[in-house]
Design a protein around this ligand. Structure first.
Ligand code: 5GP
Ligand code: ZN
Length: 135
């Protein structure tokens, strides 16, 4: 994709702090990190999101996420690591080249997790059935 920001980073047309590269994946530091070491893992083959990416590319991204999470853990010794992915603007996606966030956590870093809310009576069973029905 000629105008895609992350494709340009992969092609070396924009500067970045590269962390890792293999045949199918590329990883680099997020420019605006939750914490130092926040890394993005992307497929080299352009895909917009989890809905569009080929299974083979997805599996490669997951392999790289595991490898880099271990490296971030070893190098920075965070208190933990959050993995995340935003898909579609309705979920906060801003860059439309699929990417997984590896976010190291540190004590009192101020980063908050999502807040859960309970199901109403009978609602969970209906939702589960709805999702199972289209797999
Ligand atoms: P999302 O699309 O999942 O909401 O997040 C996009 C992420 O890309 C953000 O965390 C943002 O800081 C990061 N980002 C945006 N532009 C650049 C850039 O030019 N270089 C790098 N390394 N990261 C970027
Ligand atoms: Zn792209």
């Amino acid at each position: 994709m000629p105008d895609c920001l992350f494709c340009k980073i992969i092609r070396g047309e924009l500067p970045t702090n590269k962390i890792y590269e293999d045949e199918k994946t590329f990883a680099f530091l997020d420019i605006n990190p939750v914490n130092p070491g926040h890394t993005l893992v992307v497929p080299k083959k352009h895909a917009v999101d989890v809905f569009e990416i080929d299974e083979e590319e997805w599996n490669a991204v997951m392999g790289a996420v595991k490898k880099i999470s271990l490296a971030v853990e070893k190098a920075l010794q965070p208190t933990g690591i959050n993995l995340g992915m935003n898909n579609k603007s309705g979920a906060g996606q801003v860059v439309f080249h699929a990417h997984v966030h590896i976010m190291p956590r540190f004590q009192n870093d101020g980063h908050e997790l999502w807040k859960g809310k309970p199901y109403g009576a009978g609602e969970a069973a209906k939702i589960a059935e709805k999702i199972r029905g289209v797999i």
